[in-house]
Design a protein around this ligand. Structure first.
Ligand code: HEC
Length: 135
C-alpha cells in the first residue's frame, strides 16, 4: 500500500514538473494539436481549398484577400493568426453576427460561412488551407 502511495506521489510530481516545463509561453494552455511531432494543422489542405472556394470565397474573395463590404482579408488577419486551429474552427462554427460587439464591419459572418452542411472536419480542412495563405 505504501509503495502504491509512493508511486502515485511520484506520478503527481512528474505531472507537476511537466506543467512547469511547459513554461510561460503557453500560459497554461492545453496543447491544441496532437502529440508532439504531429503537423500543426490536422486538416487536408487540398480539400480545404475546395471548401473555401465553395463557401467562403463568395465573401472573402477567391484569394482570401477580402471583398469590400462582404468579408475581411484572411491572409493578413491578425485575429486568425492569433488563434489555434481549434479556436479558429470554433470561431467559424459560430460566426460573428453584426450584433456581436466584437464585429468590426457591421456585416454578418454567418455560422459555418452560411453553409450548415459543413462538418467539423471540413472546417479543419479549410483552416489548414487558410494557414497556407497567411502572411
Ligand atoms: C456571407 C459572407 C461570408 C461568408 C460566406 C463567410 N464569411 Fe467569414 N466573415 C464575413 C464577414 C463580414 C466577416 C467580418 C466580421 C466582422 O466585422 O468582424 C468575416 C470574418 C471572418 C473571420 C475573422 C477575420 C478577422 O480578422 O476578424 C474569419 C476567420 C472568417 N470570416 C472565416 C471564414 C471562413 C473560413 C468561411 C467559409 C467557411 C467564411 N468566413 C465565410 C463574411 C463571410
Amino acid at each position: 500500500m505504501n509503495r502504491l502511495r509512493m508511486l502515485l506521489g511520484m506520478l503527481l510530481l512528474s505531472l507537476l514538473a511537466l506543467g512547469v516545463a511547459c513554461g510561460p509561453g503557453v500560459k497554461g494552455a492545453v496543447p491544441t494539436t496532437g502529440p508532439v511531432g504531429e503537423p500543426t494543422s490536422r486538416g487536408d489542405v487540398a480539400k480545404g481549398k475546395t471548401v473555401y472556394a465553395g463557401t467562403c470565397a463568395a465573401c472573402h474573395g477567391p484569394d482570401a484577400q477580402g471583398v469590400p463590404n462582404l468579408g475581411k482579408d484572411l491572409v493578413t488577419s491578425e485575429f486568425a493568426k492569433g488563434l489555434s486551429d481549434d479556436d479558429l474552427v470554433k470561431f467559424i462554427t459560430k460566426g460573428r453576427p453584426a450584433s456581436d460587439p466584437a464585429n468590426t464591419t457591421g456585416i454578418d459572418m454567418p455560422p459555418r460561412g452560411g453553409n450548415p452542411a459543413l462538418k467539423e472536419k471540413d472546417l479543419y480542412d479549410v483552416v489548414a488551407y487558410l494557414r497556407t495563405l497567411e502572411k
